[in-house]
Design a protein around this ligand. Structure first.
Ligand code: M6P
Ligand code: ZN
Length: 186
């Protein structure tokens, strides 16, 4: 049986002391995500491999809801800011909520039909991700981007489409500022 609980989230570091699920994605594990392969190899050679983002999750057995945090490091590969892989949910009726606690970024969203949207991620902004919209978060600032996420326990991650085709839009740095541009490789 699930029991009520008060779970502390450190909004600066993203740490959740009571989390029972954790993983880290390193830059090296994200080969293929960034368009500029030479910049990717140069980054790894010069900076070495290290964490790109960390996910902590809190799940209670038999509960319909899970939540947690994602902490994304700042950085760029070529002109693309550090980003998550991006996914649809396996269950197409399941949306998600991202509540940004620190740092700055952009949430890239798209439907299977080709509609796209961007939602600014900034402290205090709660991003609503409707069911069946693919979503990828991008850290566009110089600090870690920390956000709490909340979704159905059985939503599931479907990486297939985004992994093989990428997303329709890219979040890149142009003249020292964020630009959302069409992905020429899509
Ligand atoms: C968010 C949530 C997680 C997700 C993580 C990283 O925190 O949506 O479920 O795993 O982002 O995103 P991805 O799995 O696409 O790399
Ligand atoms: Zn999701």
């Amino acid at each position: 049986m699930s029991l009520p609980a008060g779970i502390f989230i450190n909004g600066v570091t993203g740490e959740v002391p009571d989390a029972n699920e954790h993983y880290i994605k390193t830059i090296g594990e994200l080969r293929g995500l960034y368009r500029d392969v030479t910049a990717f190899d140069t980054y790894l050679r010069d900076c070495g491999d290290g964490p790109a983002y960390a996910v902590a999750g809190y799940r209670q057995a038999d509960s319909d809801i899970i939540f947690g945090t994602t902490t994304m490091q700042p950085g760029k590969i070529g002109d693309e800011y550090f980003m998550t892989r991006g996914h649809y949910h396996v269950r197409r009726d399941c949306g998600e909520v991202y509540y940004t606690q620190s740092g700055h970024g952009v949430l890239l969203l798209q439907t299977r039909e080709g509609e796209t949207r961007e939602v600014t991620m900034a402290p205090g902004v709660c991003a609503f991700i409707p069911p069946d919209w693919a979503h990828r978060s991008v850290n566009t600032g110089p600090e870690p981007l920390v956000f709490a996420w909340f979704c159905q326990a059985t939503a599931g991650h479907d990486y297939g489409d985004i992994l093989s085709h990428g997303m329709r839009k890219l979040a890149v740095e142009r003249a020292d500022t964020l630009a959302i541009v069409a992905n020429p490789g899509f």
